[in-house]
Design a protein around this ligand. Structure first.
Ligand SMILES: Cc1cc2nc3c(=O)[nH]c(=O)nc-3n(C[C@H](O)[C@H](O)[C@H](O)COP(=O)(O)O)c2cc1C
Length: 174
């Protein structure tokens, strides 16, 4: 079973990345959390933001075996809310009362769902995810990428989303 949750960041909810991840989520039946709706501030060395919504969200995320990171490529990198989310994972590696929870990231499987205006996502973008997963002990499950140079073309991109979902579902049955 695909026991997953998606973390989604984009400057528009129903743009190219939103449509692409929603299609995959409908196929695989997982929830898409829009990070722009989450009250979450940037990483703070003094952890003065512990009362925002990041901790409860992260504790919920840790209940799932598979994590889906969905973001467009903005300047060879992730959308700002995704960067904040990734930075805030550090809280779970630093705060003594969160360390045990943070260790639960190990062994999870993560997927990247992204859109850009080229055939492939940039190496810098994918390497940041791969290196982060590797550091956290998360296994990289794969990437679904849509070239949206001409926008989100339903016939083509829905089909790509469906085949990615089929691939992930069949890998889960092996
Ligand atoms: C601020 C900004 C920066 C972008 N930078 C890149 C980029 O570095 N590489 C790329 O291929 N596309 C880039 N694009 C294009 C987007 O990745 C592409 O249009 C994507 O499908 C937008 O998804 P969205 O509708 O979820 O925002 C950029 C778009 C914006 C708005």
């Amino acid at each position: 079973m695909f026991n997953a949750i998606a973390l989604f960041a984009s400057s528009r909810r129903h743009g190219n990345t939103g449509k692409f991840v929603d299609r995959i989520a409908t196929n695989l039946k997982f929830e898409v959390v829009d990070l722009s709706e989450v009250r979450m501030s940037a990483y703070d060395y003094e952890h003065r933001n512990r009362n925002d919504d990041f901790e409860p969200l992260m504790k919920r995320v840790l209940e799932f075996d598979q994590l889906v990171f969905a973001t467009p490529v903005y300047w060879y990198a992730v959308a700002p809310a995704m960067k904040v989310f990734l930075d805030r994972i550090s809280d779970f590696l630093e705060l003594p009362d969160l360390l045990n929870e943070g260790r639960r990231l190990r062994g999870k499987r993560a997927y990247v769902v992204c859109t850009s205006i080229y055939e492939e996502p940039p190496a810098s973008f994918m390497n940041a995810f791969r290196d982060t997963f590797n550091y956290l002990g998360i296994r990289f499950g794969g990437v679904a990428h849509a070239n949206c140079r001409d926008g989100y073309v339903n016939a083509r991109h829905d089909n790509d989303a469906d085949s990615f979902a089929r691939q992930v579902a069949s890998a889960g049955r092996e």
